[in-house]
Design a protein around this ligand. Structure first.
Ligand SMILES: Nc1ncnc2c1ncn2[C@@H]1O[C@H](COP(=O)(O)OP(=O)(O)O)[C@@H](O)[C@H]1O
Ligand SMILES: Cc1ncsc1CCOP(=O)(O)O
Ligand SMILES: [Mg+2]
Length: 258
């Protein structure tokens, strides 16, 4: 498969169609998540009130649920929105923490190595706050078994992002280590996956790999102008907004691992 042209065509569709992506996320990540979606051409809406969901969620093109700081009074809204998305045939993407939501048939689950291993019930070492104590490669088998048990495409982020549907495994090697020093980059790339899946819901594996790779390419372009995490955050958004076909074709590094 030619990943570069595929990733470019999906980004172009996001830019043309501007999918409405509903996000239910923590306060830390709302700002970066909305800005990443806008700069990619999607239309973000941070909507979590239970009253608004019946009208809003059926009209969104995708839903992104992030359980970074799980507050019990938000869980009913997360569950209701996920159920509405499934009922109305809308793809939804989960940034994990709780198995209850995995049962609600997400299209994609994205987490770091530790999160995916915990979800897959594999042996987990010491947790490190919201950051990963595990390399993404440690989580390949856990990701495959989670994909098979949940029916979702599972993505594990890290130096190499792993994407699997339980049968196929791809690795996306774009990105820069300094992304880990900006809070909410993981949450934001999850929302970008939702935008890509919104424009091609029947190819969630390809859309997920493309979104992860494009986000990494934007970071690689951004770091050429950045002095540290704060300016990388700015240049990441600018690069995602301005990225062109030649950059995508020359920089996308996705390989099939199995
Ligand atoms: N060592 C690394 N080198 C390059 N990119 C990385 C590295 N670690 C994480 N990333 C990228 O940073 C983004 C956030 O991933 P990650 O830090 O794993 O998520 P989280 O914030 O949920 O722990 C992803 O796009 C991922 O590809
Ligand atoms: C700092 C922090 N604390 C709770 S959620 C959160 C944001 C984490 O975002 P990411 O995992 O994408 O860096
Ligand atoms: Mg992080």
């Amino acid at each position: 498969m030619e990943w570069g042209p595929l990733a470019w065509s999906l980004l172009s569709r996001v830019r043309q169609q501007s999918p409405l992506v509903q996000c239910i996320t923590n306060f830390v990540s709302m700002d970066l998540m909305a800005n990443v979606l806008l700069s990619a051409g999607a239309s973000p809406a941070m909507i979590h009130s239970l009253e608004e969901l019946p009208e809003f969620t059926p009209n969104a093109h995708a839903l992104c649920i992030n359980v970074g700081t799980l507050t019990s009074h938000w869980l009913p809204a997360m569950k209701a929105a996920a159920s509405l998305a499934v009922q109305h045939g809308k793809p939804w993407v989960l940034d994990p923490a709780c198995t209850e939501l995995v049962d609600l048939r997400p299209t994609v689950i994205r987490g770091n190595g530790s999160e995916i291993m915990a979800l897959a019930d594999a042996t987990v070492g010491t947790a490190k706050g919201v950051d990963s104590a595990h390399n993404s490669m440690d989580a390949v088998e856990a990701a495959k078994s989670l994909a098979l048990s949940s029916g979702a495409v599972v993505a594990v982020t890290g130096a190499v992002d792993i994407i699997t549907d339980g049968h196929r495994v791809a690795g996306a090697a774009n990105g820069v280590a300094l992304l880990q020093k900006i809070t909410a980059t993981g949450c934001s790339v999850t929302a970008l996956i939702a935008a890509f899946v919104a424009v091609d819901p029947t190819h969630a594996f390809e859309a997920t790999a493309s979104a992860l790779s494009i986000f990494g390419v934007a970071a690689e372009m951004g770091i050429e102008m950045a002095k540290g995490p704060a300016s990388l955050r700015v240049h990441l958004i600018d690069s995602l907004y301005g990225i062109d076909e030649a950059s995508v074709l020359s920089r996308v590094k996705i390989t099939h691992m199995k």
